[in-house]
Design a protein. Structure first.
Length: 472
């Protein structure tokens, strides 16, 4: 039995820039902590550290002095260098190491092959049962979703895939030690917070209905398949718990498509009316434009949903058809107008550099973003809270990344250590036939120019790139 466990949401690598801070505890790691300590009642100490508030040096010191016997890390492309440093420190102290999350799931075999000296296990998919089994010391071959190097044959083993019942990931507890870290000063490159933690995350479901077939969004790197909703009863219990935290102002619901089931929505509304007072908690959600109807608006109001984030992606119909979006530009604007007309803010999100991108499509995208801002002024009398434009991030597992693997197999078919900027540049070069460095930089500058203009349309602005040089 492991007695002392550390879970780390890895901090961004030092050459990446973050504007602001993540205002919510890392939900996936909190779910693991709750599952082990609350649902199963194991007598194991599980600490969760958020790399948005602890820098790499501090995390390494925690590992050095914490007497941990298992260290788990959730990583992304932009935090992979720091992830490897955390794992290296753990292995120097002979600590069992495990990785999880979408990035690790998509590249599980490659990570085990290339980093076998640092990574003992990958949890590929739902982590609750696998994490608990590792803590309890169960036989490796019996642990679902585990990827590892066989201790005798040295071959990669990928155990059976299993979806954990989604209600088992219920959020009804936040450790005092976890919440305390959000009261400390933020690390450099981040905005200082002026108040206590005021937002939390929830997830009503896992998965996206658009991934039920092979025609999913071009840039999507999600590792799960299918759609699973929490029961309305469990979801309302979570919201009640979050509302009970004195500093909570709103909850960011991170499920990809909150409006997939009107039957589910109706039941959640019914339970909320019975169990929670009006305005007890306010939500922000993700939704698809084609699901925004007059009937759905009524559910949004009853659930106190103030903001709806929609992936507009592009103002070009040509591009939206190419990337398998179910909504076209006119659908996006209709959804925005319906939301604004009912007092609900729209977070319009755009991705620049999609297949077929050119000056015409960029102009169309900017014009649509302007139209969103005009609708906000018309109905709410103010600029939109957020209009977001980012250069495409080419995530492992996405159709975009598979194009890179096909075009540059020697570089990408076996790679696990990926630089966001370098992958992006290779994608631009391959997809847009950019031969020289000058052509590449000119194309990137053009995307960044339009991105910065779009981002300025909202009240809160974001940089249009990951690295410092993208901000120039």
């Amino acid at each position: 039995m492991k007695e002392n466990v550390l879970l780390v949401y890895a901090p961004m690598d030092e050459y990446y820039f973050i504007e602001g801070v993540n205002d919510s505890p890392p939900l996936g790691l909190v779910v693991l902590q709750n599952y082990v300590t609350q649902k199963l009642g194991l007598q194991t100490k599980v600490d969760v550290i958020d790399g948005e508030y602890y820098c790499l040096t501090e995390i390494l010191e925690l590992i050095e002095n914490g007497h941990y016997d298992l260290v788990g890390v959730q990583s992304m492309m932009a935090s992979y260098n720091n992830t490897l440093a955390i794992l290296k420190k753990a292995k120097e102290l002979d600590i069992t190491t495990v990785m999880g999350g979408h990035h690790a799931t998509q590249l599980a075999e490659r990570i085990i092959t290339n980093r076998s000296s640092l990574v003992d296990f990958i949890i590929a998919g739902d982590g609750e049962e696998a994490f608990a089994a590792l803590i309890k010391g169960e036989r490796l071959e019996n642990i679902p979703n585990l990827v590892y190097l066989h201790p005798k044959t040295k071959e990669i083993v990928r155990n059976k895939n299993k979806n954990v019942p989604i209600d088992d990931g219920m959020i009804d507890f936040f450790a005092d030690k976890l919440l305390a870290q959000y009261k400390r000063k933020t690390r450099k490159n981040q905005l200082e917070r002026g108040e206590e933690l005021s937002s939390f995350r929830s997830y009503s479901h896992k998965g996206c209905s658009n991934r039920l077939n092979s025609q999913y969004c071009f840039f999507c790197g999600r590792a799960d398949r299918g759609v699973r909703f929490k029961t309305p009863e469990v979801y309302i219990k979570e919201l009640q718990h979050l509302a009970s935290i004195p500093t909570t102002k709103y909850v960011f619901e991170i499920g990809d498509d909150f409006l997939q089931s009107q039957e589910w929505l109706a039941r959640v509304c019914e339970l909320k009316a019975k169990n929670m007072p009006a305005n007890a908690i306010h939500l922000k959600i993700f939704a698809r434009a084609n699901r925004i109807t007059s009937e759905v608006i009524d559910y949004l109001k009853r659930l106190d949903i103030d903001e709806v984030a929609i992936g507009f992606e592009s103002g070009s119909e040509k591009i939206l058809r190419r990337i398998n979006k179910n909504a076209l530009p006119a659908d996006n604007l209709r959804a925005a107008e319906l939301l604004y007309a009912n007092g609900i803010d729209t977070i319009a999100s755009f991705v620049l550099g999609l297949p077929g991108e050119d000056k015409k499509s960029l102009t169309e995208t900017y014009e649509q973003a302007q139209r969103v801002a005009e609708l906000s002024y018309k109905h709410l009398g103010k600029a939109p809270q957020e209009v977001i434009a980012n250069l495409i991030e080419v995530n492992p597992g996405s159709p975009a990344y598979r194009k890179l693997e096909k075009a540059m197999p020697d570089k990408y078919l076996r790679a696990d250590h990926l630089d966001v900027r370098e992958v992006q540049d290779d994608y631009f070069s391959v997809l847009f036939n950019l031969i020289s460095k000058d052509e590449l930089e000119s194309f990137r500058r053009e995307l960044s120019k339009w991105g910065k203009q779009i981002n300025k349309l909202g009240q809160y602005t974001y940089p249009a790139g990951w690295r410092r040089e993208d901000l120039i």
